[in-house]
Write a protein that binds this ligand. Sequence first.
Ligand SMILES: NC(=O)c1ccc[n+]([C@@H]2O[C@H](COP(=O)([O-])OP(=O)(O)OC[C@H]3O[C@@H](n4cnc5c(N)ncnc54)[C@H](O)[C@@H]3O)[C@@H](O)[C@H]2O)c1
Length: 352
Amino acid sequence: MLKVGIIGCGGISNSHMHGYLEMKDRVEVIACCDIDEPKAQEYAERYGIAHYYNNCCDMLKAEKLDLVSVCTWNNAHAECSIAALNAGCNVICEKPMAMNAKEAVAMKEAADRSGKLLMLGFVRRHGNDAQSARRLVENGELGEIYYAQAKYLRRCGFPGGWFGDKSLSGGGPLIDLGVHVIDLMRYIMGCPKPVSVFGATFDKLGTRPGIKATDWVSETRIAKPVFNVEDMAVAMIRFDNGAVLNLETSFNLNLPNNEDGLKLYGSKAGLSVSAPFTLYTEYDGQLADIALRGENDFNFHRDFDREIKNFVDAVEGKAECIAPAEDGVELMRILDAVYESAKTGKSVDIVR
Ligand SMILES: NC(=O)c1ccc[n+]([C@@H]2O[C@H](COP(=O)([O-])OP(=O)(O)OC[C@H]3O[C@@H](n4cnc5c(N)ncnc54)[C@H](O)[C@@H]3O)[C@@H](O)[C@H]2O)c1
């Protein structure tokens, strides 16, 4: 039975818990911690977890853990993951991997030194849509992919709380939402290496004070909330195989509805990964749209359980880890370059 510890007992940690509870014949969550001690206590009582702590170092010292979920604010991902890896634990760390590429590299180095697994919480990789699209690409159904579009736009969706505080989040929708779809598209494309980025960020609508948020809201209240992050970001990301990914993401934007648009364009066919999952190609001298009618969907709860299962399976050598640390590092290099380009107004080369 593998012993599990949870670091950060907020919203997303419940999804990790659900995944572990689905595997209770193989894993047991025996400890949790949160800098908000009453929250850790309440969490431990709710889930019947034996021990709770108010910091991860005490937990890692007192408990013999095999697996650790890092579910803290973004500013603590590196510190907590490195502490857990140094304590000999395998780690699954929520997205984004870290605040920047420097921290991400330090995390990967800690994993390499420890010989333990560091997996990233790129839950979108575990969806049926991602897996079907990747299979189509691997089988050459799209030909050479030279362009892709990733949109994750909210009209009125600032989550509140710590998400607006750059010192805790590292940024706005780019690092919170963009990270999901940049990674997903890069994964489907076969993980080409990013080489340069042109980006822009905006803060024109801020938090939309006075308008009731229509989207998901953070459950954690912050003593002195601030909003010093971007509310919208765009980027062109060029990869080493010549392909380009165009990203658009927002917390707030004056558009008719939230938009989730994921499309790939290849020399043989295009593919809409967003529903309806469709190939755009030619047949018998005519344009042809091929709607693939299987379950090519993303389901947050199902795919979270799959993610946790993949983590446990990978640690036990029963499966390959679907979201390894090196992909988190590449993602952070892209995000750093978007913010840098937004600042300078120039294209930024990614140097390793
Ligand atoms: N995969 C997804 O789809 C998804 C969805 C939501 C959030 N997330 C990610 O999960 C992480 C947490 O987000 P959330 O919405 O659960 O936030 P949250 O505020 O609900 O929970 C985070 C918890 O971490 C605690 N914490 C902060 N620093 C800590 C530290 N050093 N040690 C221990 N505990 C600490 C906070 O007190 C809080 O209780 C973020 O990185 C976020 O990007 C991922």
